[in-house]
Design a protein around this ligand. Structure first.
Ligand SMILES: [Zn+2]
Length: 125
């Protein structure tokens, strides 16, 4: 298993699914956004991979591309009264952000892990 070639897409998918980037089985988080120090399944150390502000940036980027066109459509076509638009957009934006943030953080941790593994395999040559 140690000599198997690691590819980005399955690693990224593991992160998006909130799983360990190495084995894809162990949970990445012990609570909503609290990262596990190590994988409970394979023992891979995860504490050194810090996503910092990356997940917030990615979540805002993705959420904005969904909510802004919808808001523009609603305002231009006067589909509903402004107070209803405000309630809808606030609820939708909050729900999308809360839903996307863990997967965004998982994706960043997975990419950081992948980069570290790539560096290790280059140094081993
Ligand atoms: Zn693992």
């Amino acid at each position: 298993m140690e000599h198997a070639k690691i590819t980005l897409f399955p690693t990224l998918l593991n992160g998006i699914k909130l799983r360990c980037p190495k084995c894809g089985v162990g949970k990445l988080f012990q609570s909503y956004l609290k990262q596990n120090d190590m994988c409970v399944h394979c023992g891979e150390s995860l504490k050194q991979y810090r996503a910092d502000d990356g997940p917030a940036w990615l979540t805002i980027l993705l959420t904005g591309h969904i909510t802004v066109p919808l808001l523009v459509y609603l305002v231009r076509n006067e589909v509903m009264p402004p107070w209803a638009e405000l309630i809808l957009m606030f609820s939708l934006t909050t729900a999308l952000v809360l839903a996307m943030l863990p997967s965004s953080k998982g994706a960043f941790i997975a990419v950081l892990w992948f980069i570290a593994q790539s560096h290790k395999s280059e140094q081993a040559r």
